[in-house]
Design a protein around this ligand. Structure first.
Ligand code: HDE
Length: 704
């Protein structure tokens, strides 16, 4: 039976519990008449042991916590579905969910940061996890990826070393959710295979504007296997419909205080508003005969296959459209595992992947308390499960019958063993030989070429951000020799980059390049080539006070709503302000509770009283100045132009009387509007907003 989107939700309906209309009971179902005072011997006397309700309530509370994930502890998840575009991949894989366009396969996706603990902030400089569980009709398939296509290390045996280095330092547990500290950079400078991933980590990819606006990658080279048993190497890519966009670092740091749940809230709100995010799944396919045709090893997870060499082939799309009902039950208890594969998808000998295939099952045993975690509702397949596995903590099934072994005659031979003809997983028959040794392959030794490729492929503004990131990170390193060693590694990536970093962190710049820059580019790596044709789901702040031109506010709201974006009216006070015509203009939030860092752009409408009040309000002035500094679209009309002057947004051209709409470096203005925004004002603002940020502003104004 083909699995449909609803199946997983129907299954979950069986365990969902709504307290509406119920009486409070104990875990045993006994109704309780009082839950505010313990049973005691006299109103001021000792509490009695026989108070079963108090004991149960406190005991359960005492045991509410489970270990957080050793990495990727902080995350947010949602349900949705995946559907393949067509059956063309059937030549390569027997995986039905990728080749049967009539199926809607349910999914659960969890996004995460890596280094921070469960209570840390969202907008840290870090890799983001992008893990997808496909509840296919043939069993669960987990694609446990990241938002960067490579990894820090090549062999899983180094993972504990790497994670110990990046996590808070062991003696004082400082710093939380930061890579800017001595142990990480000490590790990096002594482990050159990290350099490619370090370039990604120092880039804006580490600061996603939204989980909905980041790519996902399977990272490893996996193997497709078709119905005939023929293998093809495959790399998985997720591309977001809304484009790949990032915050700027200063903004991230502010958001950590103003709204530590920024990315989590954004995902939740978008789904609640019916704007379920969408990604396209793509694959890069490499014929087995071409395994050795590259200047890197396909089994090395610190390398990409440049998209210009092997194009990404679109396969299908995924939409997330339902938030979980309960964070702990679903998002916290979901258990991903790279070894959860279905017929048609298999592994390669990538030594990082091999270690992962051990680690994920192992970690669930401690995290979820025993071997029955697959019975937890979010982890349950929609495919039929029938094993001979029995007992264990928290067994949730009641297995009937006398037998729990194969082969048996007493149970009629059930469960029966399937063959290839009725859907059994067939391991790819790879021929392997070799001596038993501990040795990194020669073909894994080139650690810098793709780090340089990444650097070469960046737009000038992306390079500025990378330099600033290195300077920030190494600037936090206390040991001078660690800074020096890191700069020495950077010099092997690119000499100019090394000089720029060294100069910012008090290290003597390397006198010469460690080798020539190969000069190769891969345009697909730059975020400047991402989607810029939509403002759907963007949020724009509209600053108002008493006397604001109410008609302009209405026009702004309308124009943004038409394009799928939202205006949030921020007032000098909450509730409402008075319009120029004395009408009530509703306010969504008070300015002083928010920050420009939480918005994609800002507009100051006209109205002399309003602009006079805003110009005298430090929060409002700072709001505009900061949005400009963070390269965001800024717009003002009529008297609102004075606010731009006040905020120091004065080195761009502003509209004068009779100019109509002027747009200069993302600052959109119109003068003497007479209370109605001229045609084209909001269209121009929307066009700038669709570009996400205005990176060609004078760099002296823009923060990296
Ligand atoms: Fe993970 N990783 N990992 N990892 N990883 C975990 O599993 C591990 C690696 C990734 O939302 C853990 O259930 C080892 C690469 C994601 O629940 C653990 C190695 C990539 C998530 C683990 C790696 C990832 C995890 C911690 C090196 C990108 C979060 C809790 C051999 C392709 C999944 C858990 C979620 C989580 C081990 C490397 C992605 C300990 C040993 C490479 C997205 O099992």
């Amino acid at each position: 039976m083909a699995s449909q989107h609803g199946d997983k939700q129907e299954q979950l309906d069986g365990v969902r519990q709504d307290p509406d209309g119920t009486y409070l009971t104990t875990q045993q179902g006994v109704r309780v008449d009082h839950t505010d005072d313990s049973l005691s011997a006299g109103a001021r006397g000792p509490t009695l042991l026989e108070d079963f309700h108090a004991r149960e309530k406190i005991t359960h509370f005492d045991h509410e916590r489970i270990p957080e994930r050793v990495v990727h502890a902080r995350g947010a998840g949602a349900y949705g579905y995946f559907e393949a575009y067509d059956d063309r991949l059937a030549d390569y894989t027997a995986a039905k969910f990728l080749t049967d366009p009539s199926r809607r396969t349910p999914v659960f996706v969890r996004f995460s940061t890596v280094a921070g603990s469960r209570g840390s902030a969202d907008t840290v400089r870090d890799v983001r996890g992008f893990a997808t569980k496909f509840y296919t009709a043939e069993g669960n398939y987990d694609l446990v990826g990241n938002n960067m296509p490579v990894f820090f290390i090549q062999d899983g045996i180094k993972f504990p070393d790497f994670v110990h280095a990046v996590k808070p330092e062991p003696h004082n547990e400082i710093p939380q959710a930061q890579s800017a500290h001595d142990t990480l950079w000490d590790f990096v400078s002594l482990q050159p295979e990290t350099m490619h991933m370090i370039m990604w980590l120092m880039s804006d990819r580490a600061l996603p504007r939204s989980y909905r606006m980041m790519q996902g990658f399977g990272v490893h080279t996996f193997r497709f296997v078709n119905a005939e048993g023929t293998g093809t190497f495959v790399k998985f890519h997720w591309k977001p419909r809304l484009g790949t966009h990032s915050l700027v670092w200063e903004e991230c740091q502010q958001v950590q205080g103003k709204d530590p749940d920024f990315n989590r809230r954004d995902l939740w709100d978008a789904i609640e508003a019916g704007n379920g995010p969408e990604w396209e799944l793509g694959v890069q396919l490499v014929d087995e005969s071409k395994e050795h045709d590259f200047d890197f090893d396909l089994l090395d997870a610190t390398k990409i296959i440049p998209e210009e060499e092997v194009p990404v082939r679109p396969v299908g799309r995924m939409v997330l459209d339902r938030n979980p009902d309960n964070f702990f039950a679903e998002t916290e208890q979901v258990a991903f595992h790279t070894a959860n594969v279905v017929p048609g998808i298999d592994f390669t000998n990538d030594p990082l992947l091999q270690a992962r295939n051990f680690s994920y099952l192992d970690t669930q045993l401690i995290r979820l308390g025993g071997p029955n975690f697959a019975h937890i509702p979010v982890n349950r397949p929609v495919a039929e499960v029938s094993t001979n596995q029995r007992d264990g903590f928290q067994q949730q099934r009641i297995h009937q019958g006398q037998t729990s072994y194969s082969n048996n005659s007493l149970g009629g031979g059930c469960p029966v063993i399937a063959g290839a003809g009725n859907g059994a997983f067939q391991h790819y028959q790879e021929k392997v030989e070799g001596a038993k040794i501990r040795q990194r392959s020669e073909s894994f030794q080139n650690h810098y070429q793709q780090a340089t490729l990444f650097w070469n492929s960046m737009a000038p503004w992306e390079r500025d951000h990378i330099i600033a990131a290195f300077r920030f990170e190494l600037g936090k390193v206390e040991h001078h020799h660690v800074r020096e060693a890191a700069v020495e590694q950077i010099n092997r990536v690119d000499h100019d980059l090394a000089i720029a970093v060294a100069e910012g962190v008090g290290v003597t710049p390397p006198p010469a390049a460690a080798g020539p820059n190969h000069g190769k580019h891969s345009p697909a790596l730059s975020q400047s080539h991402s989607v810029t044709d939509t403002i759907a789901t963007r949020t724009v702040a509209v600053l108002v006070s008493d006397g604001v031109d109410q008609a302009e506010v209405a026009q702004i709201r309308e124009a943004l709503a038409q394009r799928g974006a939202t205006a949030e009216v921020l007032g000098s006070r909450d509730g409402s302000v008075r319009g120029a015509d004395d009408s009530d203009v509703p306010v969504d939030r008070a300015i002083n509770t928010m920050s420009s860092a939480l918005y994609d752009g800002v507009i100051v409408p006209g109205g002399s009283g309003s602009v006079r009040a805003l110009s005298a309000d430090g929060y409002a002035v700072h709001f505009v100045a900061e949005a400009f500094k963070h390269a965001k679209p800024v717009a003002a009309s009529d008297e609102g132009l004075a606010m731009l002057q006040r905020a120091g947004v004065d080195k761009v051209r502003h509209a004068g009387e009779g100019d109509g709409v002027v747009s200069d470096k993302g600052v959109v203005t119109a003068a003497a509007t007479g209370g109605a925004l001229p045609d084209g004002f909001m269209a121009e603002f929307a066009a700038v907003l669709a570009g996400h940020r205005v990176w060609n502003r004078d760099t002296e104004h823009v923060v990296a």
